[in-house]
Design a protein around this ligand. Structure first.
Ligand SMILES: [Zn+2]
Length: 237
C-alpha cells in the first residue's frame, strides 16, 4: 500500500509540475483582465465581425443581406476555408468588407505549442495573401483563446488582436433569432464589437440561419440608436 501511495503521489506531482510548466508558457488572457481586447471603438459606430468562413453555403447569403443594408463588416476567415474557397474570400473584399485572420485550423490554442501557433498563423496569412493579394491586420484566435504564444506571434506578424464586446452565441444547437438577439442585447452598447458567425463549419449544422434571421433586428436596434456600422479598421479602436 505504501509503495502504491508513493507511486501515486509521485505521479500526481509530475502531473502538477507538467501542468504548471505548461500554464507558465501558455497562459491565456480573459477579456475581463484585458479590456483592450474587447474592441470598443467610436461611440457612434458598432463593428460587426463574422468568424469561421468563408463558407460557400452561408457566406453569400450574409453578403447579400449586408449589401442590401449598405453595411460593411469584418470577416475573420480560417485559412483552411480560404484554401477551399479563394474566390469567395476575394468576393468579401470586393464587396467592401475587411478580412481578418482566425488562424489556419480551428483548434484550441491551449493545447498547441508556441511553435505550432506561430506556424498556424503564418500559414493562414500566406493563404489569405495568395488568395486575395491582401494581408490582414487583425487577428482573432479560435474560441477567443489568447495565449502568450498568440501575443508573441501576432506581434511578430504585425497583427492587432481583438476579441469582442458582445456575442450572439449563434453556434449553439438551441440558437434562434430570439436567443441571438437576447444575447447580443445583454452587452450591447455604442462602440461595441459584435461576434457572430458566417459559417457553421465549427458550429451546430444550420445554426447560421439564426444569425441571418437575427441580423435585420440587430440592424434596426443599431439604427434606432443612430449607430453606424464600421469595419474594425474604421471603428477607431
Ligand atoms: Zn471560430
Amino acid at each position: 500500500m505504501k509503495t502504491s501511495t508513493a507511486v501515486l503521489t509521485l505521479a500526481s506531482t509530475r502531473v502538477a509540475l507538467h501542468a504548471a510548466s505548461f500554464l507558465a508558457h501558455n497562459w491565456i488572457l480573459a477579456p475581463y483582465t484585458a479590456p483592450w481586447l474587447l474592441g470598443d471603438g467610436h461611440p457612434q459606430s458598432i463593428a460587426l465581425t463574422f468568424d469561421d468562413g468563408p463558407d460557400p453555403i452561408s457566406t453569400p447569403l450574409l453578403l447579400d443581406l449586408l449589401d442590401a443594408n449598405d453595411i460593411k463588416a469584418t470577416f475573420f476567415v480560417l485559412g483552411e476555408m480560404v484554401d477551399r474557397q479563394p474566390g469567395l474570400a476575394r468576393d468579401i473584399l470586393a464587396r467592401g468588407h475587411e478580412l481578418g485572420t482566425h488562424g489556419y485550423w480551428h483548434k484550441n490554442h491551449l493545447i498547441r505549442s508556441a511553435r505550432s501557433i506561430r506556424y498556424d498563423l503564418a500559414r493562414a496569412l500566406a493563404t489569405i495573401e495568395t488568395a486575395t493579394g491582401t494581408r490582414p491586420t487583425w487577428y482573432r484566435p479560435p474560441y477567443g483563446v489568447v495565449t502568450r504564444a498568440d501575443l508573441t506571434a501576432a506581434h511578430a506578424e504585425g497583427l492587432r488582436l481583438v476579441l469582442w464586446g458582445t456575442w450572439g452565441r449563434d453556434w449553439r444547437r438551441q440558437a434562434s433569432p430570439v436567443s441571438v438577439m437576447a444575447d447580443l442585447r445583454s452587452r450591447f452598447h455604442p462602440g461595441v464589437t459584435i461576434l457572430l458567425h458566417d459559417s457553421d463549419c465549427t458550429s451546430y449544422p444550420g445554426s447560421f440561419q439564426a444569425t441571418l434571421q437575427a441580423l435585420p433586428q440587430l440592424i434596426d436596434l443599431a439604427r434606432s440608436q443612430r449607430l453606424t456600422f464600421a469595419t474594425l479598421s474604421n471603428h477607431g479602436i
